[in-house]
Each structure stands twice: as C-alpha cells, then as structure tokens.
Ligand binder design. Structure first.
Ligand SMILES: C[S@@+](CC[C@H](N)C(=O)[O-])C[C@H]1O[C@@H](n2cnc3c(N)ncnc32)[C@H](O)[C@@H]1O
Length: 284
C-alpha cells in the first residue's frame, strides 16, 4: 500500500471509529494508475453530489433485477463512486443478508457515511485503482451510479478507454453469475447519435472556457464530464467484454431550445443497465 495523504490519514482515523475502513489510497488532483489518468473535481464541485440520486422509480426497476437474479440469497456488493453512502444504506436496509463496500475518492462525501457494523466497509480510493484495491476479492453485484461519466482523461479517446478499462476490471471482480448495475444519463443527439457527448466533453473539460461554462451552469467546468448516447454506452459495455442483459429508462427530459440546438441534444433521459460478464470475456 502506498502512503496516504495527511488528510486521508486523518479521515481514516476519524472514520475508523464508526466504520470499517480497510484501505486508504492517495488522492491527487490527477489520480493516476499505470494505465489510467483521471481528472479530479475540486471539493467545492464534489460537495454538490451529497444527495440521494436513486428515486422510487429507479429503485423499483433495480429491485426487480436484484430480486430476480439473487432471490433471497445473501449477496455482497461494491458501490463504486458510492459517495455519501445513502444508496448503499438503502441496499443494506432492504436486503438484510447483504454486505457492502463503498468506494470513493472524495473524503468530503465518504465522511457522511452511516455506520453499519460488520456490514458496510468504506474504502477511500480511486476507481482507476480498482483491481489493486480489491485484488483477490469478489462481489456479487457491482454498482456504478452516475460515476462513469466522471472518468475524464486528457482526450475524448482516453476518457472512453478509462470507462472501458474500469468496466473490464469490474467484470473481473465479479463472482460467477455476478451482475454490474449502471445508472447513467443517456444523451442521444438530434441527428448525430453521440455528438452531444463530444460537445459537452470539450466544453466542460476546457480550462480556458471554465469560467464561462460554469456560469452556464456546469458544475464540472474545467475538469470535464462525459455523458454518452445509449448506443455509445452499450458499445463500451460490449467492448469491455460485458453483456447488458436488461435496460430500462426514465422519461424524456424537457430541454431548453437553446441547449437543444447548441448541444445538439435529442432524446435525453436516465437509463439503467443490468449487466453480466460476456461469454467471450477473458476475465477469470
Ligand atoms: C454524481 S456522484 C454519484 C454519487 C452516488 N453514486 C449516488 O448515486 O448517490 C459521482 C460520485 O463518483 C465519485 N467519483 C468520481 N470519480 C471517481 C473516481 N475516479 N474514483 C472513485 N470515485 C469517484 C464522486 O466522488 C461522487 O461521489
């Protein structure tokens, strides 16, 4: 294990009093692993994520998947980018024989986590270190709720590769018959399917445009965000050696005409992928 930052170390001491903290990895402004470079949001940007994202309709769709594939048996889960832990708390409260791990690299969110003695583990670390952090461990379900669009690299291509690598790594941490659950935003273009993804990535990741983009309301200005069309998400899932066995989506969002035209936005809505390892996957 590498040395943790002083803040992370004090966080570990603090959290250890109420939670079971297993690993603490350093967090820097550009988190790096051997193969992935991911830009990191500032604490002031991360603070906006201290809320509950999974509403009743989304939860009902997800529960149907869990109940069908894990019907009453105990399961373990990993929530990548689990932040304040509210989602993990909901899973733990609903499935009394489940155990969960929350992974996030934002201490300001992790410290909001509620304690679940012996059932909840908090890991302060970055998704790009997934396979090192959890070497030798396996999970029944890996959740990724609105985290994949944050794996922003220095180019659009490297951002796509970051997502592919994380998905492939997550696949290798699954028990046989395990599942990956992903909630994401689907940004389909008006005419060109994945064009909004490229426009939004370039506008939000530009450091030069950051004050203007922030004024337009993008919390991720200067670092970047990469939403994708439904088809583009599915392409990466397939390229990672995974199979989306079920997909459900919410209703279409109302979009202001200016945004629709400037960002080429067509059908934009939330979606949920329920995924298993593909038959051709080379994961163990
Ligand atoms: C939009 S929030 C979603 C929070 C949570 N999954 C939920 O649904 O309530 C994105 C979360 O991903 C985390 N995150 C972003 N990049 C990360 C990374 N590289 N490694 C670990 N966590 C990351 C953020 O700190 C934040 O908690």
């Amino acid at each position: 294990m590498r040395l943790a930052s002083p803040f992370c170390r004090s966080m570990r001491r603090w959290t250890a009093a109420v939670c079971h903290v297993e690993k603490v990895f350093p967090v820097s402004s550009t988190a790096q692993s051997e193969t992935m470079q991911v830009r990191r949001l500032a604490d002031s940007q991360l603070a906006n994520f201290d809320k509950e994202y999974v509403g009743e309709r989304k939860w009902a769709a997800l529960r149907a998947c869990i109940d069908r594939d894990f019907s009453g048996r105990p399961f373990s889960f990993l929530d990548i980018g689990g932040g304040n832990g509210l989602f993990a708390d909901r899973v733990l409260a609903t499935y009394s024989n489940s155990r969960g791990t929350v992974l996030d690299n934002a201490e300001i969110l992790l410290r909001k986590n509620k304690d679940w003695p012996d059932r909840k583990t908090i890991v302060c670390g970055s998704a790009e270190n997934l396979e090192t952090l959890f070497a030798g461990e396996r999970f029944d379900i890996i959740f990724m709720n609105w985290v994949l669009h944050h794996l922003v690299g220095e180019s659009y291509a490297s951002t796509t590769e970051n997502v592919r690598r994380l998905l492939h790594g997550a696949g290798s941490l699954l028990h046989p018959n395990g599942r990956i659950s992903i909630f994401e935003h689907m940004y389909d273009g008006l005419v060109i399917d994945n064009l909004p993804s490229h426009i939004i990535y370039h506008l939000t990741s530009s450091r030069r445009l950051s004050s203007l983009i922030r004024r337009w309301g993008a919390n991720t200005a200067g670092v970047g965000v990469c939403f994708r069309s439904r088809k583009a998400w599915l392409d990466i899932i397939r390229d990672a050696g995974l199979d989306a066995v079920e997909y459900s989506e919410g209703s279409r969002w109302p979009i202001r005409l200016a945004h629709r035209l400037l960002l080429h936005m067509g059908n934009v809505r939330g979606g949920h992928f329920w995924i298993r390892r593909g038959l051709s996957s080379d994961s163990p």
